[in-house]
Design a protein around this ligand. Structure first.
Ligand code: URA
Length: 239
């Protein structure tokens, strides 16, 4: 037995929050009857419809993907640019990215058809650590980067303190490699934080998401995650 909104989210129809709205709006039927209360329990034998369209109860699946640069973190793009799901043509489930990486950012991205897990992992209060490595313009110093360890205000919003490490600097080319660990996921957060320190990002890669690393994946590769790996991410995101 599972909660109705969770099953709708699993089917890839909507996030769990949206599924709750659909239920309250009277757009959901279970075995032909409109159900408007939240929390009704259903099984895989129940016939569920959203706006008269039956939903197919997919098994939840989870993948980690090494997103290449110049790929959109979405399932479609109105400008016809490559999207992350182009790499999953052999996967029949309707998966979508958990959060996003910028078009020009490479690295570890999760994809799933489990709206509930996706929502939990992207909730601002419960996000896991994410480690980014940036090539920046300028010579990084502890002094320049110190602001990221305090609460910065970026575009009028307070962002949580981050950790940094300077991996290398080159005074000749005036470039540095900096590692930044954050747990939120605001748009362009790493680029904005480093820019505010006077170190504009030239290249960005996400190397770690919670306990998951890219292992030996190459750009464009993916691997399926075990349920225990997802459970660990959910556990870690509660802290
Ligand atoms: N921060 C950014 O600036 N870009 C990303 O893609 C991810 C985090």
């Amino acid at each position: 037995m599972q909660r109705l909104q969770k099953v709708i989210a699993h089917a890839g129809v909507a996030s769990r929050r949206k599924a709750e709205d659909y239920i309250v709006q009277g757009r959901v039927k279970v075995n032909g009857e409109v159900v408007k209360e939240l929390g009704v329990q259903v099984t895989s034998k129940d016939k569920i419809e959203v706006d008269q369209v039956p939903i197919y109860q997919e098994e939840p699946v989870y993948f980690m993907f090494y997103k290449p640069r110049e790929v959109i973190s979405a399932v479609s793009d109105d400008k016809n640019r490559p999207v992350v799901t182009d790499y999953f043509t052999e996967i029949k489930e309707r998966i979508y990215p958990v959060g996003r990486l910028d078009y020009n950012t490479s690295g570890l991205l999760l994809l799933t058809n489990d709206g509930d897990v996706s929502q939990k992992l992207t909730h601002p209060k419960h996000e896991v650590d994410k480690v980014y490595v940036a090539k920046v313009s300028g010579v990084a110093t502890n002094k320049k980067l110190m602001p990221v360890t305090k609460q910065m205000t970026i575009e009028g919003k307070k962002v949580a303190p981050a950790k940094f490490a300077i991996l290398s600097t080159d005074t000749q080319t005036q470039k540095s490699i900096v590692q930044l660990t954050i747990h939120e996921g605001r748009n362009h957060q790493v680029k904005n934080m480093l820019k505010a320190c006077g170190l504009p990002v030239e290249k960005l890669k996400r190397e770690r998401y919670g306990h998951l690393t890219l292992e030996n994946l190459k750009p464009g590769d993916y691997r399926e995650l075990h349920k225990r790996e997802i459970n660990r991410l959910l556990e870690d995101s509660k802290n």
